[in-house]
Design a protein. Structure first.
Lengths: 456, 456
């Protein structure tokens, strides 16, 4: 954690493209820029744009640039800031950064702009964390979660929670002042009811983490089954459309999306599909061993069975699928009957999980499969009106808060002295406050912001 | 080539990073943006910045963004333009682009923003081409060439050239009007002298292409020599420092710089150094065959000889180096005597090219080698005050112009009729005009701008 007195600079855009943006923030942002820019940013109004040339310390022109001027209190960081929009040549960007550093700037550390925004009160800690999540978001719901959090929905709920607890703690503490008189300002029954409500709410937030985490990081899906059941064809069916859409948009590269699909705004990560593509579909045993690792990593397992095969083979897959169902009650196991485009001997399939008929070849049933995948995550829930925890640090804080509040609740039941109860409540408030950064320390901040990219 | 009436949009930054910039340009830039933005850009002054939320067509918030407003005549393209600065999430960028397209924008083609700038008279064609060169520039001199060209140095010289030719042609054409009176307004001796001057100048420009091209694309260098002469150590010595500097700057990735070094602001591309790294330095024959391809691609060949080896080996390398010198008179062959840090039997080395003593291990002599590399390209010349052609299209046009002018000059000598001379001069003017785009057509423009990146 370095001094906030420094004026910092960094490239905020990725290498490549047509335009590069260099951010400068801090007390000297204008005066340093003005040593090299052909106009005086220090004399300009906030939120104005200025075209001119940027020269190096020897007076040689580096580039023709456009500069955005933002005054103290009106910028992202809350500090005097300029953003330099230059041609996206590595050489030019390096020269501008070098010149700024020669002029007195320091290269920013990862997340330092956002950390300053936090330290200057432009956002709380959970909002700052949401900025990083927003940049990383790759699906509609991940984006929605991050956006809600960045815009302060979660923060305001936590604030309300804290206010309830403050009220609660004050009442108990007030009693302590009048301890000798043995009054009870806070009706113990009422208190326990109120605590129960808060506990319920926190419990719900904790429970939402599974969903939040799945939405944020994508839901791992394994496609398994004997050779020649059409795994690779199914994979292509699932990916096919998605790819075409993605490559429509300029600038997106296939590399960054791995093998993943978006269904209903949720990202499903297809595990180890390289293996599916590569495997020569050799006729060998059912491959339970080979699939084991994939299944363990997955939340959802698609077990493919080829309905055109002989009964013995089909029964073997069925036995295997039932075994998975038993062994992994936490996972969703889908039995996918493939190759149903050709007439087949319809057998009574005895399976407790979801059973679907598809033809990976013709695409029949794929939409239904996608629908089931989508529903298996969101169910009937709508994300719009809910607070969902997607950050492991927040989860930990909430679990600690819950523990303290549970202790307080138990304490009331056992008729324990008010000062102990108040202490537990204060501790819960501490943990909740750590989420929004009302309580923070350098280590915590360093840890959080070091995960950001540079330039943010 | 699509209609200029369309309002176009594109992502102007590379995927990744903290900030993404989406450009919108055209008649409807403000009205389309305003359907989705929380403020009215149409009511704002030019060169102002506005913070707000950008919503999709269903009214759902996509992101909190900063919008730059630039009025017609005051933007890069010369059209009404906005630049949307958003969080650099692929999802957000895609959603914003989709929303703009739903609102009536068209996704821009490669180079379309710059093409509009050209069509709207904001820059001429050679300046537009320089924009792409500027973005691609990776060394000081490549940057300098592109910047000079973008800022119009080359254009103004060509303009002057054309004016001289116009004057020239008018004089000859004037004579034609008075043909029956058999007057000579233009003294033929004066004319030929003037033409000779113009031809000289064009010839110099044509000759500058070799240097310009080398500066723009980097100079290919091959490191060759028998196994165990220290090729890999020399490579590391040459690259070492450079890398450290590059990785100092945030956002630059090793991948994009290949194996190249900057010396005196010139990029030297080290050919097939992967081979050098990988080769297990097995003791085998001198490897002429293996190096042949590398040598053919190179402009400069560094032949390494290990002075610690026995006389026979050294003589073999010398024979080989001399053979290269004869076979490739166009290339610069450096004989690099390595391992001179340990005392060695100083032999009279009979070599007509540049001979240097180094120790790749200790780094001795490396600076001198770099100095020789730098000088071998620039010589005594300074780039500052010269026009250097670095574009193959310009070279071709200049060669055609030279041809026409040479014909005119020969024609005068042979006493050919004025109308033929005037025609040749007009043709030369046509070719020179094609460089700056005074003369252009759709095919030419399509060809030039399709080489740009999207968003520029």
């Amino acid at each position: 954690m370095k001094l906030q007195e420094d004026t910092i600079c960094a490239l905020a855009t990725a290498p490549g493209g047509a335009i590069g943006v260099i951010r400068v923030s801090g007390k000297e942002a204008f005066s340093i820029t003005d040593r090299f820019f052909s106009k005086k940013t220090i004399e300009q109004e906030s939120h104005t744009l200025h075209f001119g040339v940027f020269k190096d310390s020897e007076g040689k022109i580096i580039d023709e640039i456009l500069i955005s001027v933002m005054h103290e209190g009106k910028s992202y960081t809350g500090e005097a800031s300029v953003e330099i929009s230059c041609h996206a040549s590595n050489y030019i960007q390096q020269q501008i950064l070098r010149t700024l550093v020669l002029g007195g700037c320091r290269l920013a550390e990862a997340g330092e702009f956002t950390m300053r925004a936090f330290l200057n009160g432009k956002m709380d800690l959970s909002q700052a964390e949401a900025v990083a999540d927003l940049i990383a978001s790759e699906s509609q719901h991940a984006h929605q979660l991050a956006l809600n959090q960045m815009r302060g929905h979660f923060s305001s709920e936590l604030k309300e929670l804290r206010e309830q607890l403050i009220h609660f703690a004050s009442m108990v503490e007030l009693e302590l002042d009048f301890a000798e008189e043995d009054v009870e300002f806070a009706d113990r029954g009422e208190l326990r009811k109120l605590l129960g409500k808060v506990l319920d709410y926190i419990h719900k937030l904790i429970q939402s983490f599974e969903l939040g985490n799945a939405i944020k990081h994508g839901i791992p899906v394994a496609i398994v089954g004997p050779p020649n059941t059409g795994k690779s064809t199914l994979l292509n069916q699932l990916l096919g459309e998605e790819r075409a859409i993605v490559s429509d948009i300029a600038g997106t590269t296939r590399d960054t999306i791995e093998e993943s699909i978006n269904i209903d705004g949720i990202r499903f990560r297809l595990i180890d599909t390289a293996g599916i593509r590569e495997e020569a579909e050799a006729i060998e045993s059912i491959g339970i061993e080979r699939s084991k690792q994939k299944i363990e990593q997955a939340k959802i397992v698609l077990v493919l069975v080829d309905v055109q095969q002989n009964e013995e083979n089909i029964l073997e897959v069925m036995r295997w699928a039932r075994q998975l169902l038993e062994q992994f009650p936490q996972k969703k196991i889908f039995l996918i009957q493939n190759k149903t485009d050709v007439p087949f001997d319809q057998r009574a399939i005895d399976f407790q999980g979801i059973t679907l008929h598809i033809s990976a070849k013709t695409g029949a049933g794929i939409e239904e499969l996608k629908q089931h995948l989508g529903e298996s995550v969101l169910g009937e829930q709508s994300l719009e009106d809910r607070s969902i925890v997607s950050n492991a640090r927040h989860l930990e804080a909430l679990e600690k808060a819950k523990e303290s509040l549970q202790r307080a609740s138990d304490g009331i039941e056992q008729g324990i002295s008010g000062d102990f109860i108040a202490m537990d409540i204060r501790q819960a408030m501490y943990h909740i406050g750590s989420i929004t950064g009302d309580i923070s320390n350098e280590d915590l901040l360093g840890n959080i912001f070091s995960k950001f990219c540079i330039g943010k």
